[in-house]
Write a protein of this length. Structure first.
Length: 287
């Protein structure tokens, strides 16, 4: 789904105050994060890109958030990664978070985002890296090309195939957009989670802020084939509402020539449900 923006719209945020509220939430979450880390801004594809670095180790993992999410919304997963590796996590320009909030920065779709991630690798890392993305971030990781990328982990990735959007998901999504309250955010997050899972309160706060203050600016176009073939690990939950296991496995085999790891009792928010299992996937590419 590609959401078009009016030519006069220059920001994904409805108001400057709303932008400040989203940024403040991210900064508060990162400030309270017990993992030692650094934060700085680089320029990639001409856009200000906020980068968080944490952890240490012989391998660097470059993490990319999903659609409408930011680095600060993934702290359980980033903690698991930082306990094993050096992590560089970048907020995507044109998405809510601490990077550039300019609307329409990615007129070239996933080709643009793939080039953007390549520049993040170039500017924010040294030596070989593994790129790791969730949802839309998984599509960006699959689209990225850089000579120092040694492997890719794509969790519940877009970009491999069209996502399944059931009437139940669509209704919850529209309710969240039209009535941005904690109750509608919680309802949507429960659908994105495995049955019986309770979403973190922080995610409910985040989703409510995003619905109130950010315009929808997303794309689900298919990822272009990477020019350089590198090892790829694809994983998803068996309860993912967007990517039924059979659909994901078929797409992974056709486009990436790998099978998909299906994680039991996990939904689209597998990043919150099983962060340690996902962090361990990087080991397949570096051991």
């Amino acid at each position: 789904m590609i959401v078009m923006q009016d030519a006069a719209v220059t920001s994904i945020y409805r108001t400057p105050a709303g932008r400040d509220s989203v940024r403040q939430w991210c900064e508060q979450q990162l400030s309270a994060w017990p993992i030692q880390h650094d934060r700085h801004v680089i320029c990639a594809q001409g856009e200000d890109t906020h980068v968080v670095t944490a952890g240490a180790g012989p391998v660097t993992v470059v993490f990319v958030a999903g659609d409408r999410f930011s680095t600060a919304a993934y702290l359980p997963l980033l903690t698991a990664l930082a306990q094993r590796y050096r992590v560089v996590a970048a907020d995507i320009p044109g998405q809510p978070g601490l990077s550039s909030g300019e609307a329409g920065v990615a007129g070239g779709g996933l080709t643009w985002y793939g080039s953007w991630l390549g520049e993040v690798v170039q500017e924010a890392t040294a030596g070989p890296v593994v790129v790791f993305g969730h949802s839309f971030g998984g599509a960006v990781a699959l689209a990225a090309n850089h000579s120092r990328i040694r492997g890719k982990v794509a969790v519940a990735p877009g970009g491999l195939c069209r996502l399944r959007v059931t009437p139940r998901v669509l209704l919850a999504f529209l309710s969240w957009l039209v009535r941005p309250r904690a109750a509608s955010s919680l309802r949507l997050l429960r659908i994105l989670s495995a049955p019986g899972r309770a979403p973190r309160a922080e995610l409910v706060e985040w989703m409510t802020l995003v619905a109130r203050h950010a315009r929808p600016v997303s794309s689900d176009d298919l990822a272009p084939a990477a020019a350089r073939r590198v090892p790829v690990v694809i994983a998803s939950g068996d309860q993912d509402v967007f990517l039924p296991p059979d659909r994901l496995r078929s797409a992974a085999q056709q486009r990436s020539h790998v099978d998909a790891d299906i994680i039991p009792d996990a939904g689209h928010l597998v990043t919150d449900e099983y962060p340690d299992k996902l962090a361990a996937l990087v080991g397949r590419l570096v051991n």
